[in-house]
Design a protein around this ligand. Structure first.
Ligand code: UGA
Length: 450
């Protein structure tokens, strides 16, 4: 089938590549000329393992290309995806890109005679597809629903695993405004051996928020338990999670082996959740619940715990280094919100760095992916030094804080810190080190939940 995708961010481009791999002809559309040029040169605008290689393959096969020309792309396609961003502004979902894309698609549909299905991939709150996107398309296309189709198909891919998630989805949720829309759209997944849930638009929209909010809740819950553990003698929250994880309901037995489901990775304590999705989606959901007159006290607490988790790191640091951080050299390892991505949006590193700077500490940070060009205004305004190697970052430091669990940091030995640092204080924000070997080597080792 011929598919147009509006928006070449994570969701748009990865969806495009995976649909091209299924044999569809995909046109990716973006208003940003630089992005278009990059994509057509097989260079993804963002980092994702293996993406440039897959992109090149699809370009070479003529199954994918990028363009600025939205109308032309829609006119030559059977299905148009909306995959533009839905950021949270002033705690509310910002629909300006969604409205613009819907208007442009509507205008293009004015000239389309055959049945065309519009599919919303962007994360939007319940009611948006029906209440905002549908009337906008109807207005500008001068067509009524039925003359075109409309579906909501949430995306569940994770950064760092995006291609794998998109190529092997665990489920496909299709919110359909009418049966024909869902039936026409589902044809693109004909070759994918996976369960498809057909439902209505609002259920599909809420499924996406409920999924993200659930994982965010697990993380904040784990951090709340860590706070309790930190206040008890001889309790390490890692041992607590070991005991919890082995519950058969969390780690079922298949034959004689007990499996370790992915959900367990979210039932662990650390610096808190970040990224471009969990923080914005939990906030948008909480505000939406308020509008419905629902308290949403769990989601609000999840956000609050996450927003204050950075203080736990500062507290641990002060326990080791003393209250006065002025002129102390602190190495911060990791700027991305998680490993294997170059995304620094919502990263726990920033509130930590801001807190350190407000106490007049000297901050030197390192990250294997977030090079200087990726550093946003927020960071360039901060007086921090970016080290090009981890050795440079920790040399002569009074303390090191690990914020992101990059493989490169996991491999570091106690000896490495002892040899280079002024004082061997390590604050493990992701609990990546073996506390026994660090403590027995003379490191002043502190970690979340310890
Ligand atoms: C998240 C969801 O996991 C995806 O299902 C969803 O499609 C996506 O948002 C979205 O809404 O577009 P992503 O933000 O890439 O994807 O990342 P995750 O890997 O789930 O990470 C989110 C947060 O959870 C991060 O702060 C990360 O550090 C934390 N996390 C992640 C863990 O604590 N443990 C893990 O094993 C993975």
């Amino acid at each position: 089938m011929k598919i147009a995708i509006v928006g070449t961010g994570y969701v748009g481009l990865v969806t495009g590549i995976s649909l091209a791999k299924l044999g569809h002809k995909v046109i990716c559309i973006d208003q940003d000329k630089d992005k278009i040029a990059k994509i057509n040169n097989a260079k993804s605008p963002f980092y994702e393992p293996g993406i440039d290689e897959q992109l090149k393959k699809m370009l070479d096969k003529g199954l994918l290309h990028a363009t600025e020309k939205l109308e032309e792309a829609v006119l030559t396609s059977d299905i148009t995806f909306i995959a533009v961003g839905t950021p949270t502004v002033n705690n509310k979902i910002d629909l300006s890109s969604i409205k613009k894309a819907s208007m442009q698609i509507g205008k293009a549909l004015l000239k389309v005679e055959k049945y065309h299905t519009v599919v919303v991939k962007s994360t939007v709150l319940p009611g948006v597809t029906e209440g905002v996107i549908k009337p906008t398309i109807e207005k500008y296309s001068r067509k009524l629903l039925g003359e075109f189709g409309l579906c909501m198909n949430p995306e569940f891919l994770r950064e760092g695993n995006a291609l794998e998630d998109a190529l092997n989805p665990d489920r496909i949720v299709i919110g359909q405004i009418d049966e024909r829309s869902g039936k026409e759209f589902a044809k693109i997944y004909a070759k994918v051996p996976v369960s498809i849930i057909f439902t209505n638009l609002s259920t599909a929209e809420l499924t996406k928020y409920a999924t993200n909010a659930l994982f965010a809740t697990l993380i904040s819950f784990s951090n709340e338990i860590a706070r309790i553990a930190e206040n008890l003698d001889e309790v390490d929250v890692l041992d607590v999670w070991k005991g919890v994880h082995l519950d058969r309901r969390l780690s079922p037995h298949i034959g004689s082996t007990q499996i370790k489901p992915g959900v367990l990775n979210y039932i662990l304590s650390g610096c808190g959740f970040g990224g471009s999705c969990f923080p914005k989606d939990t906030q948008a959901l909480a505000t939406f619940a308020d509008q419905l007159g629902i308290q949403a006290s769990i989601i609000k607490s999840v956000i609050k715990i996450n927003e204050t988790q950075f203080q736990r790191i500062i507290l641990l640091l002060k326990k080791a280094l003393g209250e006065n951080l002025k002129k102390k050299k602190i190495a911060v390892l990791g700027l991305t919100f998680k490993p294997n991505t170059d995304d620094i949006r919502g990263s726990a590193a920033f509130p930590i760095i801001e807190a350190l700077l407000s106490e007049k500490a000297r901050v030197i940070s390192h990250d294997p992916m977030a090079y200087e060009k990726l550093v946003p205004k927020q960071l360039t305004n901060l007086q921090i030094v970016l080290a090009s190697t981890v050795e440079e970052a920790v040399t002569d430091a009074d303390a090191t804080i690990v914020v992101t669990a990059w493989e490169e940091y996991i491999k570091l030995s106690p000896h490495f810190f002892k040899k280079l640092m002024k004082r061997p204080i390590v604050i493990d924000g992701r609990r990546i080190y073996n506390k026994h070997s660090f403590l027995s080597s003379g490191i002043i080792y502190k970690g979340i939940g310890l």
